[in-house]
Design a protein around this ligand. Structure first.
Ligand code: LMR
Length: 394
């Protein structure tokens, strides 16, 4: 049986991680996978996470099962963090999932159950695993224009034109903030136009929000998501705690499905519970409990938010330093977009050949689509990267 298997395509982000590990050059720079690293190249356990874990070790008396949907306190805390008061609680069905990817997968399975005909519109480009999971689940994917490779900003006209081709019931997948991989984001006026189009055409909004707090701030990064959920009839939302709580390996995420009225919530909730049961039964609890402990304790929450803010400001500083250095070396403003982009990533908009050249000549590891993880840089590596970009002829 097993000999019948066909080799599956490697995930390009994870393949790059492996290549980086193997590279013996001491000067190598890892701008690949979306993991935050401090100036020393370390992905730290956040202070509030350490404290919450210490409390859990001391106070937890059982490791018995919690519930198929996970702890309701986690869902409440996450609803509060992402949605604030933008939508009535009784319209929200929610389940804890193994990371944001688990939420994305469950959301697509929910779409498939609710409307097998639905197509999912994804930005071009999007996180490669969106497309891969959609294919695996058997849902037709349609790409909409998103990134203008000339200006390295959003091609908003193209985006609207392509979305207007969607049919009633199709799903539009949107990145709530900090677009992955490009770093280019809509402003709130543009978001409003997207919402209007969704409502006009009877489309279903799905938001993937994995980097809240990495762009313009915790509240600011939630603004677009809140605008969408408060204006559309139904909405799906996949949230991740991996990055903003730094709990990557704990697999901590949430799927929310917002029904048109509270009457629809029990059916939606029951279906989400069913999907959890089919796929992995009870969702992981440890990371969710750590996050809940932090979000419900004012002191821990304040400390967490402060550390996240330091991280965000550090990345903005690196963006500015890189844009300035490239301006100095190139004598032009054509790299100014790096300081305008938000989140962990920027796509510099060059060819896979030049990305490969930078890897071979300078041990710089960015994803083949020219996405770089800004958090993989530090003050000392910025000039090295800038020089490599110019030397490669980007
Ligand atoms: C990324 O885009 O690098 C992250 O979301 C990590 C992953 O799982 O791909």
């Amino acid at each position: 049986m097993l000999s019948n298997l066909k080799a599956q395509p490697a995930d390009k982000i994870l393949a790059l991680m492996a290549k980086f590990k193997e590279d013996p050059r001491p000067t190598k720079i890892d701008l690949g996978v979306g993991v935050y690293k401090n100036a020393e190249g370390v992905t730290p356990v956040m202070r509030a996470v350490k404290e919450a874990e210490r409390r859990l070790v001391e106070e937890q008396t059982s490791k018995s099962y919690v519930a198929l949907a996970g702890d309701p306190a986690f869902a409440n805390a996450m609803t509060d963090l992402i949605l604030g008061k933008s939508v009535a609680r009784d319209r929200i069905a929610a389940v804890a999932t193994p990371g944001g990817t688990g939420a994305v997968r469950q959301a697509f399975e929910l779409v498939k159950l609710a409307n097998p005909e639905a197509r999912v519109f994804v930005s071009n480009p999007t996180w490669p695993n969106h497309v891969s999971i959609l294919k695996y689940v058997g849902i037709e994917t349609v790409a909409y224009r998103y990134f203008d490779t000339e200006s390295r900003a959003v091609d908003f006209e193209g985006m609207l034109a392509d979305l207007s081709e969607a049919k009633e019931g199709d799903v539009v997948l949107l990145h709530g903030c900090c677009h992955n991989p490009t770093g280019a984001n809509l402003n709130l006026t543009q978001w409003q136009s997207v919402v209007d189009l969704i409502n006009e055409k009877g489309l279903i909004a799905m938001i993937d929000i994995a980097y809240q707090g990495f762009g313009d701030g915790l509240e600011e990064d939630a603004a677009a998501t809140r605008l969408v959920v408060s204006s559309v009839k139904e909405c799906l939302l996949a949230g991740s705690c991996s990055k903003n709580f730094g709990v990557y390996r704990e697999r901590t995420g949430i799927l929310m499905a917002i029904s048109e009225t509270a009457d629809g919530t029990p059916l939606t909730q029951g279906t989400l519970n069913f999907l959890n049961r089919q796929n992995y039964s009870f969702p992981p609890d440890h990371g969710a409990r750590v996050v809940t402990t932090i979000l419900t304790d004012p002191e821990l929450r304040a400390d967490w938010a402060a550390e996240l803010e330091e991280t965000r400001l550090g990345m903005l500083k690196l963006r500015q330093q890189l844009a300035d250095e490239l301006q100095r070396l190139s004598g032009s403003d054509r790299f100014g977009f790096i300081a305008e982009h938000r989140g962990m990533f920027s796509q510099i908009g060059t060819t896979p050949e030049l990305v490969e050249k930078m890897r071979e000549d300078n041990a710089i590891y960015m994803v083949g689509d020219s996405r770089m993880n800004i958090a993989g840089l530090n003050e000392n590596s910025v000039p090295i990267l800038a020089k490599a970009i110019i030397d490669a002829g980007v």
